[in-house]
Design a protein around this ligand. Structure first.
Ligand code: NI
Length: 160
C-alpha cells in the first residue's frame, strides 16, 4: 500500500467525469487500498478516486471517530437512487485544504453500488453519512462542494 498525492484546488482532474469500473483487477484493488490509506493519513472521512488523480468511479468513506467505530465503505460505480429531506451543515474536502463552508444536502439517501467483490450493495445514509455519500459521489462527476455552498460561508479552518 502507498499514500498517494492528493490533487487540490484548481487541478483540472477534479473537474472531469469519471469512468465506470468494468472489472476488479489487482491494479484497482491496489488503488482502493491506497485510497483508504491516503484518507486515513490525511484524517479525512471520505475520498474519491479523482482526488488521487484516477478517473474511475470509486469512493471510500469511513466516519469512525475515536469513540465511535463505523463501518468503512468502498463504493464502486455508486448511484444515488433515493433522496429525501434537507440538512444544512459544514463541509470540507481534502482537495480544498484549510477551508470549509455551509452546504445544504439531503438528510436521507440510498446509494446503490458494487463493493470490492463486485457484488451489488445498497447503502442507506442519514445525516453525516448522507452528506458524505453526496459529497463523494459528486466528485465522480467533477462537482466540488464549493460549487454548491451557500454564498459567503466559505471560511478558513485550522489544519490538522
Ligand atoms: Ni471532497
Amino acid at each position: 500500500m502507498a499514500i498517494r498525492q492528493i490533487r487540490v484546488d484548481d487541478d483540472e482532474i477534479l473537474r472531469k467525469r469519471c469512468k465506470p469500473v468494468k472489472e476488479m483487477t489487482p491494479r484497482i484493488q491496489e488503488l482502493i487500498d491506497d485510497m483508504f490509506e491516503t484518507m486515513y493519513e490525511n484524517n479525512g472521512v471520505g475520498l474519491a478516486a479523482p482526488q488521487v488523480g484516477v478517473l474511475k468511479r470509486i469512493v471510500v468513506i469511513d466516519l469512525s471517530t475515536d469513540d465511535n467505530e463505523e463501518e468503512p465503505y468502498c463504493l464502486i460505480n455508486p448511484e444515488l437512487v433515493f433522496e429525501e429531506g434537507e440538512q444544512e451543515g459544514e463541509e470540507g474536502c481534502l482537495s480544498v485544504p484549510g477551508k470549509a463552508a455551509k452546504v445544504v444536502r439531503p438528510n436521507h439517501v440510498i446509494v446503490k453500488a458494487l463493493n470490492e467483490d463486485m457484488e451489488e450493495i445498497e447503502v442507506e445514509g442519514f445525516e453525516l453519512l448522507a452528506r458524505a455519500l453526496c459529497h463523494e459521489l459528486d466528485h465522480l462527476d467533477g462537482i466540488m462542494y464549493t460549487d454548491l455552498m451557500e454564498p459567503g460561508t466559505l471560511h478558513k479552518v485550522e489544519q490538522e
